[in-house]
Design a protein around this ligand. Sequence first.
Ligand SMILES: NC(=O)c1ccc[n+]([C@@H]2O[C@H](COP(=O)([O-])OP(=O)(O)OC[C@H]3O[C@@H](n4cnc5c(N)ncnc54)[C@H](O)[C@@H]3O)[C@@H](O)[C@H]2O)c1
Length: 370
Amino acid sequence: MQSTTVVMEDASFPYRLGSDCADEIVARLGELDASGYFVISDTTVAGLYGHDLTARIHKEAGPAVLLTHEEGEPHKGLATVSTLAEQALEHGADRRAIIVALGGGVTGNIAGLLASLLFRGTRLVHVPTTVVAMLDSVLSLKQAVNATYGKNLVGTFYQPVEVLADTAMLRTLPPREMRSGMGEVVKNALAIRPSMLDRMANVLEPSARYDDETLRWAIAESLAAKAAVTHADKRERGAGLVLEYGHTAGHAIEHASHGRVAHGAGVVVGMAIAAEVSRRLGHADAEFVAQHGELASAGGIPPTVPAHVDVARVKTWLSYDNKRGYLDSPQGHTPMVLLAGPGRVLHTGSLPLVPVPLALLEEVVDATAE
Ligand SMILES: NC(=O)c1ccc[n+]([C@@H]2O[C@H](COP(=O)([O-])OP(=O)(O)OC[C@H]3O[C@@H](n4cnc5c(N)ncnc54)[C@H](O)[C@@H]3O)[C@@H](O)[C@H]2O)c1
């Protein structure tokens, strides 16, 4: 496995990435010398990898137990964290236990919060199994779960001791999830690392089938992109806000679709909307807008708000964007990440945000509807 050290201000941890490297993952867990390994996964991932990996850890590294939770966003709540904590304690977890988060971003956040709470902090190892988790959620220290009043509202900052990623686990990932993850890779390329763009345009596959080498490249490049903006901003409240590119309209589309549009797919459409907004404000040119459309289609995501999504609801959600409060935006404006071209982020003061008239944003959303 290739090892990289992820550094975010005073936090740092190794990220090991490989293909068909289950042996090395088990060996590395053994070296961490835990009193017990508590593997957390959702029921789907448990069936695919959880039972096997836990059995191998138990045999080769130390006592291991698999604890599962129901899959999906509705189960990413404090009740799930509480149930898992009770189960881990029932199975003898102590201060030298390691929580192994085996799964996508949902499991990573649940297990991350659990690790931060158990004994006021037990060691956390991420074994991510989705592209989103490999290049996004495990690189963030944010460990939050949902509340009745909204997503990711209850949480903390907590760092893993290690990330161990095996691209072999992505072979079973449904195309919808693969496209969503690759949407975040496209975001990293457009907003932070334009040197990726030529290869990106060549490797994107509408079918969402990717070989291991391409996946390792996309993940390693995304790691470098994310490091470039979070090394001095571990809470993602300054330079790291650029990672929100495409998220203003993207989140709104995702919410309005009631889960039918995956997060990364929403971000891809959201980036196309942001590019058009930037053009209408006189910052970007038509070629840059077209580049967004080409990359989206190449990755299997039409750059339009799908017909099944209620555009009026999208527009309502626009004003609930989580970047409100970072800028003193004038009345009727919302802060957005905008680019003038690849990697050319527009700033207000030191923040990578621009106040955008909501009326203009709504006009572009209308024009982007299928
Ligand atoms: N800063 C952060 O902490 C951060 C960053 C990005 C995303 N997130 C969070 O991550 C979540 C989204 O993550 P996600 O997209 O990984 O979703 P997810 O964890 O729900 O996984 C998506 C689906 O894929 C399945 N799956 C996972 N791995 C699989 C595999 N290898 N083969 C087959 N199926 C597999 C899961 O069972 C699930 O149905 C959101 O809750 C989001 O808030 C957090």
